[in-house]
Design a binder for this molecule. Structure first.
Ligand code: HEC
Length: 310
């Protein structure tokens, strides 16, 4: 029985990489999700789709994001508060024109090192709907620290109309909601290197990836913009949002697209997981405790069984 079990286990370990390769899209007939997407795209011209077949369906993203150094990476990672403050400035001055952050309240910004007066000032720059008042009417007032960041559009339909049919997603959790598949064997190494920054790496790559030339044979629909880092197509409905000098930094950091993208990606990571550094610190203490506890248990075991002959 034991032998059979170990044979099954060994076979599982030996063949696991094969199944991963197949999932990675290198095996035949595995592109089902993209096939469906292609089928939807081609719904208007079924004959064309039948002629072209599915073999030419490309894989997205066309390019993989590069890995950056983040202050919050690794087991001892911590936030760079100055970077988060700059990132918030980029969000407020650029991204908030289209993207909401429904899960972040102004009071949460205290974690970025802002004083409560600064937070009140930030909040007052936004208007929120409140009410009803004693007349039964809704009214507008400047936001306060306890309000959640207001959305730029009243509803998703209005957002879609203003953005060529695509609704800009809420950015509260986007850094955790996007990750480009790393494939085998990288994802195995990731377990040991503790790589968990694919969200901010992706956002940074997306924001800095607009300059690239459209390769021949790639069709870019009207109202969309080519970006080889976009996770689900060759082009997306968001035009390049950041340009050199679009946001003024007061701490002397370079006012480049590269720097803005890094800062806003770090800010979005904070928004998606505000307790990341506490989690890592607790995890580290827990590991030390478990190691000490394991040694103690070993010593106790030896003591308890010391008088028993083998
Ligand atoms: C003019 C409006 C506009 C501005 C400004 C804007 N975006 Fe977008 N954004 C969009 C739209 C529209 C989409 C949806 C694109 C699509 O799905 O084709 C989008 C999508 C995204 C996505 C999701 C991409 C994906 O993988 O689905 C991210 C991340 C993003 N924006 C980040 C940002 C950041 C960060 C900023 C500020 C630097 C910003 N956006 C500024 C309109 C905007």
């Amino acid at each position: 029985m034991k032998k059979t079990l170990s044979v099954i286990l060994a076979a599982g370990i030996a063949f696991a990489p094969l199944s991963v390769l197949a999932q990675d899209g290198q095996g035949p007939d595995t592109n089902t999700a993209e096939d469906q997407a292609a089928a939807v795209e081609n719904a208007d011209a079924p004959e064309e789709a039948a002629e072209e077949g599915h073999a030419a369906t490309p894989h997205y993203p066309i390019k993989r994001p590069s890995e950056l150094d983040w202050s919050f990476a690794g087991p001892f990672g911590s936030w760079d508060l100055a970077q988060l403050q700059r990132g918030y400035k980029v969000y407020r001055e650029v991204c908030s024109a289209c993207h909401s952050m429904n899960l972040v309240a102004f009071r949460n910004l205290e974690a970025l090192g802002f004083s409560s007066e600064q937070i009140d000032t930030h909040a007052a720059e936004f208007t929120v709907q409140d009410g009803p008042n004693d007349q039964g009417e809704m009214f507008e007032r400047p936001a306060t620290a306890s309000d959640y960041m207001p959305a730029p559009y009243p509803n998703p339909a209005a957002a879609a109309v203003a953005n060529n049919g695509a609704v800009p997603p809420d950015l509260s959790l986007i850094a955790k909601a996007r990750a480009v598949e790393r494939g085998f064997p990288t994802f195995v190494f990731d377990i040991f290197t503790q790589y968990a920054e694919s969200g901010p790496d992706y956002i940074h790559a997306l924001l800095t990836g607009y300059e690239e030339e459209v390769p021949e044979g790639t069709e870019v629909m009207d109202g969309t913009y080519y970006n080889p880092y976009f996770i689900s197509s060759a082009a997306l409905a968001m035009a390049q949002p950041l340009y050199e000098d679009s946001v003024e930094y007061t701490d002397g950091s370079p006012q480049t697209v590269e720097q803005y993208s890094r800062d806003v990606s770090a800010f979005l990571m904070w928004a998606a997981e505000p307790h990341l550094t506490e989690r890592k610190a607790t995890g580290f203490v827990t590991m030390i405790f478990l190691i000490v506890f394991a040694v103690l248990m070993f010593l106790v075991k030896r003591r308890v069984w010391a008088g028993t002959p083998h």
